[in-house]
Design a protein around this ligand. Structure first.
Ligand SMILES: Nc1ncnc2c1ncn2[C@@H]1O[C@H](COP(=O)(O)OP(=O)(O)OP(=O)(O)O)[C@@H](O)[C@H]1O
Length: 419
């Protein structure tokens, strides 16, 4: 068995043929299911009770109201609350010999939750890690989700088995949304969640600050009774997007208790508008994927005997969102035929002056630059030297960015420096 086979599940199950790993029927089934889902969004939080399930449910409902085909998966094995939030308590999904039918909430929103499987809502679930991990995989692979525009996953809080298993099952193109409240402790926990997502190499959509200010039921205005802005500061510090603030609103709690998500029953209040502003970022993912289609494929980029050098500006070991302010460039050499990384080394660029870095990159035999933001002038200077440019890449470790680029899962957002 080759070294690279050692960690694969086929090898561990004894099914590796040695000349390349044959995928097990389960792995093929999972791949097929995931191949029919355009966007996977995992809603996480560092801490419990910050409104993660409320946000996940409202995202799913709002996307379905926008005409998208949506699946909502509640993998909070210790406190599944989605059935209550959608008035689906007591529903029983049909379990066939090969598939489980999700519960249909509307014409284009389907739901699966462990809550449907428990005999009563008082039942506690005491399962160890491997059982929970198996269950999460089964909920993705064995549920008849069909063709979806979005699968929204409500994860338990923290950075334990369930979020790990969820992201590993859904794959490297699953995006994370991290929910926090403005308080310091929650913000610290979120810092851990963001690092966790990055370590796994998954992209983040960004951070939502829930329970931020108070929406007065009498005058409709939002009052900042406690601190707010912690989530926004953290997003800035961690180089990710701030998706917006949602105030504390008694209507959110009431509509949740009654099983009608706020975005279904209210379109005009400050809170409904705040939620819709957050959801707009999920809708923008589709546009980003569209832009991605224009991305040059690795075999369309200039190369030297099939070896393409990709330069990524980095700061503190991760892609730097501002091209001109990077500390170093990671030079990642890839085999354009095998679509694999050959080697990575780091180079310190000369001081940033207009035109200097494009010339220096060309001297370093760079064929492609993948950056967060880059001005139009710099882009054309690269192009003039035969160096292709991709902008709007996420702030991840350089090899994680290149792996996503090579397997076609790199999702680019807005060019953060488009002057
Ligand atoms: N913006 C808000 N305004 C008022 N109440 C809210 C708001 N967001 C959430 N809540 C309420 O806070 C409580 C906790 O919310 P929710 O269950 O969504 O949190 P969670 O982070 O998913 O919790 P858990 O850690 O238990 O999974 C619920 O009663 C919910 O109705």
């Amino acid at each position: 068995m080759s070294d690279s086979c050692g960690s694969c599940s086929s090898a561990q199950g004894g099914g590796c043929s040695g000349g390349g790993c044959a995928e097990s029927p389960e792995e093929l089934k999972l791949k097929k299911t995931l191949g029919r889902i355009k966007h996977k969004i995992v809603v996480m939080s560092g801490k419990g009770g910050v409104g993660k399930s409320t946000v996940a449910t409202n995202i799913a409902v709002a996307l379905s109201q926008a005409g998208k085909r949506v699946g909502l998966l509640d993998v909070d094995v210790h406190g599944p609350s989605v059935p209550r939030l959608l008035s689906l308590e007591g529903q029983q999904p049909h379990i066939g010999s090969e598939v489980i039918e999700p519960i249909s909430w509307s014409r284009n929103l389907w739901v699966m939750s462990l809550g449907f499987m428990l005999p009563s809502k008082e039942d506690a679930v005491i399962w160890r890690g491997p059982v929970k991990m198996g269950l999460i995989k089964q909920f993705v692979q064995d549920v008849a989700w069909g063709d979806l525009d979005y699968l929204i996953v409500d994860c338990p809080p923290g950075t334990g088995d369930e979020p790990l298993s969820t992201l590993q099952t859904l794959g490297q193109d699953a995006h994370a949304v991290v929910v926090t409240t403005p308080q310091g402790v929650a913000v610290d926990d979120v810092r851990r969640s963001v690092s966790f997502v990055r370590q796994l190499g998954n992209p983040l959509v960004g951070i939502v600050e829930n329970m931020s200010g108070f929406a007065c039921p009498d005058c409709g205005a939002v009052h900042n009774i406690f601190n707010s802005g912690g989530g926004e500061e953290l997003a800035k510090e961690m180089g990710t997007k701030f998706l917006g603030r949602i105030p504390i609103d008694p209507e959110v709690a009431r509509s949740g208790d009654e099983g009608f998500p706020l975005v279904k029953v209210d379109h005009d209040s400050a809170t409904a508008q705040a939620m819709n502003a957050v959801i707009k970022h999920m809708l923008d993912l589709a546009d980003a994927l569209q832009e991605n289609k224009e991305m040059p494929k690795v075999d369309e980029v200039n190369s030297e005997n099939g070896r393409v050098r990709i330069a990524i500006p980095v700061v503190q070991g991760q892609l730097c969102m501002h091209f001109g302010h990077c500390e170093q460039f990671a030079m990642v050499d890839v085999d354009s035929e095998l679509k694999s990384i050959i080697s990575t080394h780091f180079e310190t660029p000369p001081p940033h002056e207009p035109g200097v870095i494009p010339a220096w990159c060309a001297d370093q035999k760079v064929n492609l630059v993948i950056a967060g933001g880059m001005g139009a002038k710099a882009q054309s200077m690269f192009t003039d030297r035969g160096v292709r440019v991709i902008t709007g890449a996420p702030s991840l470790e350089p090899e994680a960015v290149v792996k996503q680029y090579l397997d076609g899962s790199l999702v680019t957002g807005a060019n953060t420096c488009d002057h």
